[in-house]
Design a protein around this ligand. Structure first.
Ligand code: NAP
Length: 241
């Protein structure tokens, strides 16, 4: 059976993606790092709707934790493989560059960028062998245009977009596609502390997007209908450029 692994699927955009892909008929693996209750809630919602889901806890920024978790999963699923990987787990630690601490820089690069590297490298082997795979990286508007106060986050997401474009060319002959989605402001825990009233004035659609709207785009990108779309960074931002 082919599985979809969605990192950071206990909450927010990742949760919506897991629910959507399960509704599309894929068994999903709900990754998270600390919030077990929220991850189990995601799985319960999927199962109650008739889908198939399981949790898999590991820190995407820890290469050994990624490797160990996937090894255990593979042992428990000898006849299955992960054909869809959504690198969604992300954090932000905003600060002006002049005040930015080493920890704020490194933690954001570790989760948003290095996590993509550890997991994708590991899971590509099976996708290439089966000549079938979809990788979707959740980047950001911040990685396309750069946002003040987010030098660390903009750098990580811009690098993720560059890696998406390069990797797509490496694996295209084996029918594996690699794309990025670049959300603008989306309602989630990550944006809960922002001044929404002010920020939505910047958005031509005058509102934040929903996690479900991002999930619809990811659902399309991992479907059979997108076999000729690869190496793209697709914006979903209500017109905010
Ligand atoms: P969120 O609500 O803060 O959720 C973050 C998710 O990532 C949680 O499931 C969390 O797990 C998980 N996570 C964090 N660090 C992790 C780690 N080291 N290993 C594994 N999982 C980890 O964030 P969100 O708004 O849904 O954002 C999802 C993605 O979209 C991120 O990549 C973010 O950068 C990107 N994005 C968001 C927006 C926006 O406006 N919200 C805009 C552009 C891009 P726990 O529950 O266990 O903590």
């Amino acid at each position: 059976m082919n599985y979809a692994l969605i990192t950071g699927a206990s909450r927010g955009i990742g949760k919506a993606i897991a629910i959507r892909l399960a509704a599309d008929g894929m068994p999903v693996i709900v990754n998270y790092v600390s919030n077990t209750e929220a991850a189990e809630q995601t799985v319960e919602e999927i199962r109650n709707a008739g889908g198939k889901a399981e949790t898999l806890r590991f820190d995407v920024s820890d290469p050994k934790a990624c490797e160990d978790a996937l090894e255990v999963w593979q042992k428990e699923h000898p006849d299955d493989y992960i054909s869809v990987l959504v690198n969604n787990a992300g954090i932000r630690r905003d600060n002006l560059m002049i005040f930015m601490q080493n920890e704020e820089w490194h933690s954001v690069l570790d989760v948003n960028l290095n996590g993509f590297f550890y997991l994708t490298r590991r899971l590509l082997k099976d996708m290439l062998t089966h000549r079938c795979g979809r990788v979707v990286n959740v980047a950001s508007l911040s990685g396309l245009k750069g946002l003040p106060g987010q030098v660390n986050y903009s750098a990580a997401k811009a690098a993720l977009i560059g890696a998406t474009r390069a990797l797509a060319q490496e694996v295209a002959p084996r029918k594996v596609t690699v794309n990025a989605v670049c959300p603008g402001f989306i309602d989630s825990d990550m944006t809960a502390s922002l001044d929404k009233k002010e920020l939505k004035k910047l958005v031509p659609m005058q509102r934040f997007g929903t996690p479900d709207e991002v999930a619809s785009l990811v659902s399309f990108l991992v479907s059979d209908r997108t076999s000729y779309i690869t190496g793209q960074a697709i914006s979903i931002n209500g017109g905010l450029c």
